[in-house]
Design a protein around this ligand. Structure first.
Ligand code: ZN
Length: 145
């Protein structure tokens, strides 16, 4: 049986902030992490988007199938983590939204997803640096073990 392998981290700084109007959600978080020198962390975001790009990973073809929606969407839940890919902080986020009909949808969050309003809680973790590397089995960029 394969085992879960995990490293131990301690909670470091905690940031709460407002995301910028009309900017990309993923890029805004990654830029903040670069400027604040955050290499590892986790976050949650609530708010609203005016467009969103979500994806589902096709496990056989090993590609993301994405969909772009424009409109008025509430972020019901958006959580994810920060780790290092190609020497810079990368935000991996999943999101659940709803539109005017109240129906929920979501997936893996991509750029471009445009912020109407957003609030983030970002928890920096200290410990060894988590690096994303290509994983042969899944075709994904996963944490190096
Ligand atoms: Zn994902």
């Amino acid at each position: 049986m394969k085992k879960l392998i995990a490293s131990e981290f301690a909670q470091h700084r905690i940031f709460m902030g407002r995301l910028p109007y009309n900017e990309d959600l993923i890029k805004s978080m990654e830029n903040f992490c670069r400027e604040a020198n955050i290499k590892t962390g986790e976050f949650s975001v609530i708010g609203a988007l005016s467009s969103v790009t979500t994806g589902i990973y096709d496990q056989k073809q090993q590609v993301y199938v994405t969909a772009v929606k424009k409109g008025e969407f509430e972020i019901l839940s958006c959580t994810g983590n920060i780790s290092i890919k190609d020497d810079v902080p990368m935000a991996h986020a999943h999101i659940i939204l709803c539109g005017g009909d109240g129906r929920a949808f979501g997936g893996h969050l991509f750029s471009e997803s445009v912020i109407f309003a957003g609030e983030i809680v970002l928890r920096e973790l200290s410990g060894e640096t988590l690096l994303r590397v290509y994983d042969e089995t899944t075709g994904l960029m996963l944490w190096k073990q």
